[in-house]
Design a protein around this ligand. Structure first.
Ligand SMILES: [Zn+2]
Length: 215
């Protein structure tokens, strides 16, 4: 079972690839997203989304090219901002695509204190990603932060960048936590990134949202 994804075509399944392309399209518009897809040498996805099934979809290197193209067209800072925005937009499609699991979690979460809702929300997402994709997520925590460590990352494959490259994941986590906390924004940073030469991509989430600090 544990074939090193580097030795085959590591990928996201169609359903998750579709979520990514829909979210990019929401943020960039039809013209922007076709420019990015064409620059990324993925013209066959212009105007055509993958089906919502679990067959192999976009490979990690294709997704790396996609975010590379986003940066080359819009610039480093704007590309990063757009990737984060796409991540936030993607969350509604995650709810659509994994609805059964999510509505179960919603009912369960309603009765739990905020700190536990955040922890379980992150655990559910890590479980989905580990189960359905070739990414490998490991969760950890310090006294004041939750840590999401992506040991095999599908977003920055093949890239070398000057700033952390996985804004899409950060945006997805941001919107997930907004949803599980019923309207609070948490501070999340990508503190290490494989595209910077680090061994893993690491997202650090402050356990207490800023509006709670000192309250
Ligand atoms: Zn990264």
């Amino acid at each position: 079972m544990s074939v090193d994804p580097a030795h085959r075509n590591a990928c996201f399944p169609n359903r998750i690839s579709r979520i990514l392309l829909l979210a990019l399209q929401d943020v960039l518009g039809a013209n922007g997203s076709s420019a990015v897809l064409t620059t990324a040498k993925l013209p066959h996805y212009v105007g055509t989304l993958p089906p919502a099934d679990f067959e192999p979809g976009l490979t990690f290197s294709e997704i790396g090219r996609l975010f590379e193209a986003l940066e080359s067209i819009y610039g480093v800072q704007a590309g990063d901002r757009l990737a984060k925005q796409a991540g936030r937009e993607s969350f509604k499609y995650w709810i659509e695509g994994f609805g059964g699991l999510v509505s179960f979690a919603d009912v369960l979460l309603r009765f739990l204190p905020l700190s536990l809702r955040v922890r379980i929300g992150v655990e559910v997402v890590a479980e989905i990603i580990n189960r359905y994709t070739d990414e490998r997520l490991v969760l950890g925590e310090s006294h004041d932060q939750y840590l999401v460590k992506v040991e095999t990352c599908g977003l920055c494959a093949g890239r070398r960048t000057d700033i952390p490259a996985c804004g899409y994941m950060q945006g997805t986590l941001d919107e997930l936590l907004f949803w599980v906390s019923r309207g609070r924004r948490f501070t999340i940073r990508e503190t290490a990134c494989i595209a910077l030469g680090d061994p893993a991509c690491v997202f650090a989430i402050d356990k207490v949202p800023p509006s709670f600090a000192g309250a």
